[in-house]
Ligand binder design. Structure first.
Ligand SMILES: [Zn+2]
Length: 244
């Protein structure tokens, strides 16, 4: 284990975030583990990046089980479709899916605890390996929303994956997603680097790219016309919204 991972204390227990869960509305959070630290160390991450990644993945809502990463996706989804001064104290994904139940949602691989909520809308699942994000079996302009959470870093050809998401969205439709981003660096392929895997034990997937500060350019080049970054909290709780 690298030195910086050994120096981190295993933070566990209550976490005070100062905001309510945008999935269920609870304000009770806990930190369960720092399992990501050694993994990020293998990706040559700095201690700061490792701590951010660990907070993003390992801090959970006690009521619904959402971690900060998926909570950020839920927040970006609501902010993208609701009025801009949305007050996070009074709204959450549970109420959002009731109001927006007619939205046609494509979920590209399971977005963690969000799936049970997204299924209350007009929901289609595109799970790997049955559906390949770079060649999806859906008609052009057939969805209002595409959601994916920490999928893009595993796609061997992420540009093609993004073009496919743009293709299946109607004009004005939105792709809401999270992906690990190191904003101090540019996106790079990991093809010739030490292999890194993410995912639940037993179903870990190879990371094909480390995404960086030029991610927005790839979104524009794939056919999106607007890119917004939502910070549920900075920097651990970021999610993106790209409008077709
Ligand atoms: Zn919650």
């Amino acid at each position: 284990m690298p030195d910086h991972a050994k120096t981190l204390s295993p933070l566990q227990g209550d976490a005070r975030l100062g905001y309510r869960c945008p999935v269920c509305g609870s304000d009770s959070w806990e930190t369960r583990s720092l399992w990501l630290v050694p993994l990020l160390a293998r990706m040559e991450a700095t201690e700061k990046e490792a701590l951010e990644g660990s907070r993003r993945e390992g801090t959970y809502c006690r009521r619904c089980g959402s971690n900060i990463r998926s909570a950020a996706v839920a927040w970006a989804l609501q902010r993208s479709f609701m009025w801009p001064d949305l007050d996070r104290r009074w709204f959450n994904l549970t109420s959002f899916v009731r109001v927006y139940r007619r939205l046609r949602v494509l979920e590209v691989n399971e977005a963690f605890v969000l799936r049970s909520h997204l299924k209350r809308m007009r929901h289609t699942m595109a799970d790997y390996p049955d559906v390949d994000m770079t060649a999806m079996p859906y008609a052009d302009e057939s969805f209002d929303v595409v959601v994916h959470s920490d999928v893009l870093e595993h796609v061997p050809d992420p540009e093609q994956g993004l073009r496919e998401c743009a293709r299946v969205l109607r004009p004005g439709g939105r792709m809401i997603f999270s992906v690990p981003v190191v904003f101090d660096d540019m996106t790079r392929s990991r093809q010739d680097l030490q292999p890194v895997y993410h995912g639940p034990t037993g179903t870990e997937y190879l990371v094909s790219h480390d995404h960086g500060a030029n991610l927005w350019i790839k979104l524009m080049a794939a056919g999106f016309s607007e890119v917004r970054i939502f910070a549920l909290e900075w920097p651990a709780g970021l999610a993106f919204s790209a409008t077709r």
